[in-house]
Design a protein around this ligand. Structure first.
Ligand code: GAL
Ligand code: ZN
Length: 687
């Protein structure tokens, strides 16, 4: 199966947008369950994930199963018209298993074995873990594979959230097997890894190990291949569960991804084709400058994984989480704005972790749909309100987001980019991705996030931030796209190495030199806090380079330091298109200027929304839906014609979006066609 072969709205049991949650009723007595389902119905909940951490409950001792409680819960949900997203229950091992087989526990790079007592403490390569887990999956699949309530299989939970990288001997052996498959011969491996340097040559496969703690730095290819291996290993585990499920059931199968700022261990481009539905978990991350921008980026990335089709938000939070240093609660209306931002960017369903706030255990201070304070609470009222809004927005289901720009994103490049011994440890892949995404987001330019090498022909603009590692073929796709009239923006520390971390010598950025019409001799990263004045009135930070023009024109130059007169930003005509290069970290305003100029040159003006008003368009065959999310504290007006769905009123020319509110306008007005995508209405009036 491929992504979204199952429409998300088919999971709700009533064809509507999905509204749901993780439900962990094991924590409560039966009377509470009765109240739970009543309140779920009141809120409009239609899909509930159960048995996510069910193993110890279901299999109290090896091979002894008790399903009565789960039977009852499924029965109760079904009787109340609530569909079930059924966990296979394997995410956390029961105590008996790790007592019996402590070798299942994962090991850190320094050799420390994790202890049980938390969750997900299993080695992804452990055959013992797999054997026990698949036995449970088989029991669950046999029993519930035809249950009328079950609409979706939820394999494990956030695979790799805590255990993505295991350095134990079992993993070492599996890594060796993976390397043998990849390289075939030790000669090929030695060549790819550059082991002639530092006396690292391998003469026997047995000598190969995961990149455990060394006294110096590890071989970069050992590190990169271990990331590739580890992502493949958990995907392989997913596939083994999915295979068991499919033997007993024809219900669609998925697992919840973690497309999020601080998670990078899964190459979801390789995972996505194996999912029947693309599902993501997302939590606002207050360690970032702009958590709301990052939400939009994660949602756009998830849509990319779903090939542009609708996807499911499997988890988010009604308010605070409990796992950040400071757990910032959501203000009034913020949960609704977050929810509808996901919907605007292609989600056809919104679920929360979790239904009822725990009173015990690690997550008791994590928000829920039903907070500790009960139904007489702002959170509960907003939860009920959101259920009502989703009802009104039902017709949006199945429509797709319209984007004119693409952003090339790569987990593999991220692994390579952020390694040690690079020019500057202040320069991080995701920061660079976020910086340029934010510039587009603020300019109201919706982007599709795509993999390196993806077809770009439907887009007017392609932005390529920090694509440090790139294959010849992938670089070729970008160059060909520009040659045929496309517009590209490439940012610094892109196109530096090939898939084997081998520098493309002869001047940077080797892979994109002729596309960009430049040649860089040397990098000059800046000291913390250092800034060099530029002739556009802004300043360069973090990164500079000695760049020579080889066909490109200088757009911005240094006016300070030894690079005075040297270009920091360039534009090159390549075939019938244009390729920009941004060779330094510009401040947000300057970056936005460059990006909007490049977008303008490409014929994109964006949904030009006033500051703080996020505008995104989803389009179906007959209608388009203009989502307007007002993050600001003042009312904004937006020029559009149609019918507003949340308040339920006709809009003749301008819709007012009150401070903090969201409006969704159905418009039958045909939207201008681009090569591959369409955009929404442009004219904007602000207060
Ligand atoms: C997710 C996880 C949930 C819950 C949630 C809290 O990572 O899947 O089980 O822990 O985080 O934010
Ligand atoms: Zn291991």
């Amino acid at each position: 199966m491929s992504p979204s072969t199952t429409p998300v709205t088919a999971l709700s049991g009533n064809g509507k947008l999905v509204y749901g949650c993780d439900y962990n009723p094991e924590q409560w007595d039966r009377e509470v369950w009765q109240e739970d389902v009543l309140l779920m119905r009141q809120a409009g909940v239609n899909l509930v994930a159960v048995n996510i951490f069910g193993w110890a409950e279901l299999e109290g001792s090896p091979g002894t199963y008790s399903f009565e409680r789960l039977d009852e819960i499924l029965g109760l949900l079904h009787a109340n018209g609530i569909a079930v997203n059924l966990g296979t229950g394997t995410s956390s091992t029961p105590a008996w298993l790790t007592t019996l087989h402590p070798e299942i526990l994962p090991q850190s790079a320094s050799g420390t074995r994790a202890w049980p007592g938390g969750r997900q403490a299993w080695c992804p390569s452990s055959p013992l873990y797999r054997e026990h887990a698949l036995r449970l999956v088989q029991e669950v699949a046999r029993r519930y594979g035809g249950h009328p309530a079950v609409r979706l299989w939820h394999v494990s939970n956030e695979l790799g959230c805590h255990n993505a990288l295991c350095y134990c001997d079992v993993s070492a052996a599996a890594f060796r097997g993976w390397l043998i498959d990849r390289y075939g011969s030790l000669d090929a491996l030695n060549k790819a890894w550059g082991t002639t340097f530092w006396s690292q040559r391998y003469s026997d496969w047995q000598q190969l190990l995961p990149p455990r703690v060394t006294v110096s730095t590890n071989n970069p290819m050992q590190v990169l291949d271990f990331h590739r291996f580890s992502s493949d290993e958990l995907l392989g585990y997913y596939q083994s569960e999915a295979e068991v499920l499919r033997q007993h059931s024809s219900i669609p199968v998925t697992t919840n991804f973690m497309v999020a700022a601080h998670v990078r261990n899964q190459d979801y481009w390789s995972w996505a084709p194996h999912m029947d539905v693309i599902a993501n978990d997302h939590y606002l991350d207050h360690r970032l400058d702009s958590p709301t921008m990052e939400l939009a980026f994660a949602a756009d990335t998830t849509r990319g994984l779903a090939n542009g089709q609708p996807w499911l938000l499997m988890e988010h939070s009604t308010s605070a989480v409990n796992w950040q240093p400071r757990n910032i609660a959501k203000g009034p209306g913020e949960m609704l704005r977050n929810s509808l931002a996901h919907l605007a960017r292609g989600a056809d369903g919104l679920c929360f972790f979790q239904w009822r706030a725990s009173v015990q255990g690690s997550e008791k201070f994590h928000s829920a749909m039903l907070p500790h304070s009960g139904t007489d609470s702002r959170i509960w009222r907003e939860v009920v309100e959101l259920g009502g809004i989703l009802d009104k927005l039902a017709e949006v289901g199945g429509t797709t987001v319209q984007a004119e720009a693409a952003l090339v994103f790569s987990w593999e490049a991220w692994w390579a980019y952020d390694q040690e011994s690079h020019p500057s440890s202040d320069v991080r892949y995701l920061d660079q991705v976020h910086a340029i995404y934010k510039a587009l987001w603020e300019a109201g330019i919706t982007v599709d996030v795509v993999a390196p090498g993806a077809d770009l022909s439907g887009y007017k603009l392609a932005v390529v931030p920090g694509l440090y590692l790139v294959r010849e073929r992938e670089a070729g796709v970008l160059a060909e796209y520009v040659r045929k009239g496309g517009h590209a923006v490439v940012t610094y520390f892109s196109g530096i190495v090939d898939e084997n971390e081998r520098v493309l010598a002869g001047g940077y950025p080797g892979a994109f030199r002729s596309l960009l019409g430049i040649r860089t001799e040397e990098f000059f990263p800046l000291a913390p806090g250092q800034a060099l004045a530029l002739d556009n009135g802004s300043a360069a930070a973090l990164w500079t380079e000695a760049l020579r023009l080889e066909g490109a024109e200088a757009k911005v130059c240094f006016v300070e330091g030894h690079l005075t007169g040297t270009a920091a930003v360039t534009r090159n005509r390549h075939g019938s298109g244009h390729a920009w290069y941004i060779g330094t970290a510009l401040n947000p305003a300057a970056l936005r200027d460059v990006v909007t100029e490049a977008a303008g040159g490409a014929g994109i003006t964006g949904l030009a929304s006033p500051e703080g008003l996020e505008a995104v368009v989803r389009a179906g065959t007959d209608n388009s839906y203009v989502f307007l999310i007002n993050h600001s504290e003042e009312e904004h007006k937006y020029a559009v014609q149609g019918h507003e769905l949340i308040v339920g009123e006709d809009v003749s020319s301008v819709v007012a979006v009150p401070a903090g509110a969201v409006r969704v306008v159905r418009t039958s007005r045909p939207l201008p066609q681009t090569t591959g995508r369409t955009t929404g209405p442009k004219d904007v009036e602000s207060d």
